[in-house]
Design a protein around this ligand. Structure first.
Ligand code: RAM
Length: 354
């Protein structure tokens, strides 16, 4: 049973640790090859013989671990015979291409990918499709032409607006703010940032808030920490930082928590409750948001199964069963929305364990 957002443990059933997976990618290839070499999976008709491969933005990211835990549970529950995780250790634009190519060679039936760049992965995904694989984008979309469906954690505009509301509240409605993002090409980050900028520019409630900088920590802890430090030096009047990435918000919180800015400069964005708990308790952070990352992986696996079985094509109006999470419908542009975001603060953060 994979519950809706409520207290629980992250799941990691049957999955190698991220670091181990990077080193044993060849094992993944063997498993995938087995699944299709016998021909049983080619027409998608034989449950248990199909292989699914998850390619996250990067492996060494705690958020990714939770997403993939849900993905492995989903792959199991949906009836895949083999399920693997492969991927790069850093989230640069083209770092996923060699992994896509290797999985295509191995004959995987479903590729689930969080794109580091909407276009850089497209030629390789095209070859995977030509070889018969179904493509599920999740977390961060590809160019829509390059995948069958996109599993989106939330409605992009909603999650952008929540972050603007939170920072506005926390700085008392006026002053300079900055955004500390992940990589500059990430589809999800850029979509959220665009909605945030539009809201700040058009909503009269935010007329006194000025976005003075956008910086990129590349979902690398050390770089994000440095970027946070750099923002404080470059903008002495800064009142708040929005970091819509779990890596960025955690690194920024760590920087602020031991600096003179703790409690003075607000920080919000998207974070994992387990990483952010100490900073909420020590007063560095008042409130931030996120969805249930495990559900994202879980729904993506079921979408992959429905595609591989030929039950859906990814067209608007298609529906598929997503195990414990019930039926899901494909919306406009081939997008499936998983669930609403939750806001975490001192009152509720101890109720969550991921
Ligand atoms: C980071 C990644 C990911 C994003 C979360 C919120 O871990 O950038 O893509 O969805 O944060």
């Amino acid at each position: 049973m994979l519950p809706n957002l409520h207290p629980r443990q992250p799941r990691r059933v049957g999955r190698k640790s991220a670091a181990a997976v990077a080193l044993v990618a060849s094992t993944a290839l063997v498993l995938s090859a087995c699944a299709s070499d016998d021909g049983a999976a080619d027409d998608g008709s034989s449950d248990g013989d199909q292989a699914i491969t998850f390619i996250p933005k990067q492996l060494n990211n705690p958020y990714t671990d939770v997403v993939l835990g849900g993905g492995e549970d989903g792959a199991d529950a949906a009836g895949f015979g083999a399920s693997e995780v492969v991927g790069p250790l850093e989230a640069s634009a083209s770092s996923q291409v060699t992994f896509i190519n290797a999985e295509t060679q191995a004959g995987t039936d479903v590729l689930v990918i969080a794109a580091n760049d909407p276009d850089a992965v497209c030629p390789a995904l095209g070859e995977a499709r030509d070889a018969g694989a179904k493509i599920v984008a999740f977390d961060s979309d590809t160019n829509p032409d390059c995948r069958d469906v996109f599993i989106s954690q939330v409605v992009a505009k909603d999650v952008a607006l929540i972050q603007v509301e939170l920072i506005a509240e926390q700085i008392g409605g006026s002053g300079e703010i900055a955004i500390l993002s992940a990589t500059a090409n990430a589809t999800n980050q850029n979509e959220w940032i665009e909605f945030m900028e539009e809201e700040l520019a058009t909503n009269p409630d935010y007329a006194d808030i000025e976005l003075v900088a956008k910086v990129y920590g590349d979902d690398d802890d050390a770089k994000s920490f440095q970027e946070a430090q750099g923002l404080m030096q470059a903008y002495p009047d800064l009142k708040g930082i929005v970091s819509p990435t779990t890596v960025g918000i955690a690194a920024t919180a760590r920087y602020l928590s031991t600096s003179e800015y703790k409690g003075e400069v607000a920080l919000t964005g998207l974070g994992l409750p387990n990483e952010m708990r100490p900073f909420v308790k020590d007063g560095t952070v008042e409130a931030f948001a996120l969805w249930d990352p495990a559900q994202l992986g879980y729904v993506a696996a079921f979408a992959g199964k429905a595609l591989a079985d030929g039950e859906i094509t990814g067209a608007e109006g298609d529906t598929f069963a997503a195990g414990d999470l019930g039926d899901r419908e494909v919306g406009e542009g081939g997008v499936v929305i998983v669930g609403p975001p939750t806001t975490f603060d001192a009152d509720n953060i101890d109720d969550y364990d991921f």
